[in-house]
Design a protein around this ligand. Structure first.
Ligand SMILES: C[S@@+](CC[C@H](N)C(=O)[O-])C[C@H]1O[C@@H](n2cnc3c(N)ncnc32)[C@H](O)[C@@H]1O
Length: 252
């Protein structure tokens, strides 16, 4: 197993080379089967073929996931149900369907509301998997200036803020303000949400497996946050982008 390396080729073949239980965190952002063309080997003729393929890579993911590890799978509203059922059937422990909410929605269908979220499935092998509490600033700082009593007891705010919920607000990478972060990949995920997953669902020194590396976002976040990474990418153009991104970050 070569750490801090992205494998060029098919993810299932790659995962088969990994030892059992070697990954502490898996962040999977697979093709959603919505006609996005990532190149040869990534397009599915029908839903059943995509589901069968999803079962195959999830089987390998389950084998390599550490008993205390976590797996996150990005999905889309119209077919998240298949992945969630597959993972339940396969014996993964359901933890939460996180909602990644963003302001700038998109619309494929003109006769319905725009889409402003992506479901993000969090599963593990046990309920005692790694979780480092996520905290966010309190909404009202004015309220905190006064003594607050809850159920007859004085309540002291946590210095790092309130516990985050399961609806996560992070902007997508569209628009000028993310021009520096954006790379030549059609579905690049923001570092903001990726850093949250890595920082709160794994520990420093852990192994993060990224079965669909794309532009290398999840590998990059793992590396920046002191984790080791293992990635796979089948498209030569995206593989080159990811390797360059990781190499440049090492040179800094
Ligand atoms: C949704 S994108 C991942 C984007 C990534 N999260 C990022 O931020 O750049 C899915 C990626 O999986 C790759 N892919 C699809 N099928 C694959 C396979 N069988 N093996 C390895 N990579 C694959 C695609 O080429 C594409 O780059």
């Amino acid at each position: 197993m070569i750490e801090n390396h992205i494998h060029f080729g098919d993810t299932i073949e790659f995962m088969k080379t990994l030892p059992d239980k070697c990954a502490n965190l898996i962040i999977a952002d697979p093709p959603y089967n919505i006609d996005k063309d990532f190149g040869p080997g990534t397009i599915f003729t029908d839903n059943d073929t995509w589901i069968a393929w999803s079962r195959n890579w999830l089987n390998e993911a389950k084998r390599v996931l550490h008993p205390k590890g976590n797996i996150f799978v990005y999905a889309i509203h119209n077919n998240v149900c298949y992945l969630q059922c597959l993972m339940l059937e396969m014996g993964f422990e359901y933890r939460r369907q996180i909602i990644w909410y963003y302001e700038n929605g998109w619309s494929k269908y003109k006769n319905g509301p725009a889409c402003h979220y992506e479901p993000l499935l969090w599963f593990s092998k046990s309920t005692t998997s790694t979780y480092i509490t996520i905290r966010e600033p309190y909404k009202s700082t004015e309220r905190l200036k006064h003594k607050i009593t809850k159920n007859g007891k004085i309540w002291t705010p946590h210095p790092e803020g309130k516990q985050a919920g399961d609806v996560w607000h992070f902007p997508t990478l569209s628009g000028r303000r993310f021009a520096k972060e954006r790379l030549e990949h059609p579905t690049q995920k923001p570092l903001s949400i990726t850093n949250r997953i890595v920082a709160h669902f794994s520990n420093v020194g852990d192994v993060v497996l990224v079965p669909f590396a794309g532009s290398g976002t999840e590998c990059f976040a793992a590396s920046q946050l002191g984790r080791r990474y293992l990635g796979a990418e089948i498209n030569p153009a995206y593989y080159a982008i990811a390797v360059k991104r990781l190499d440049e970050s090492m040179a800094k």
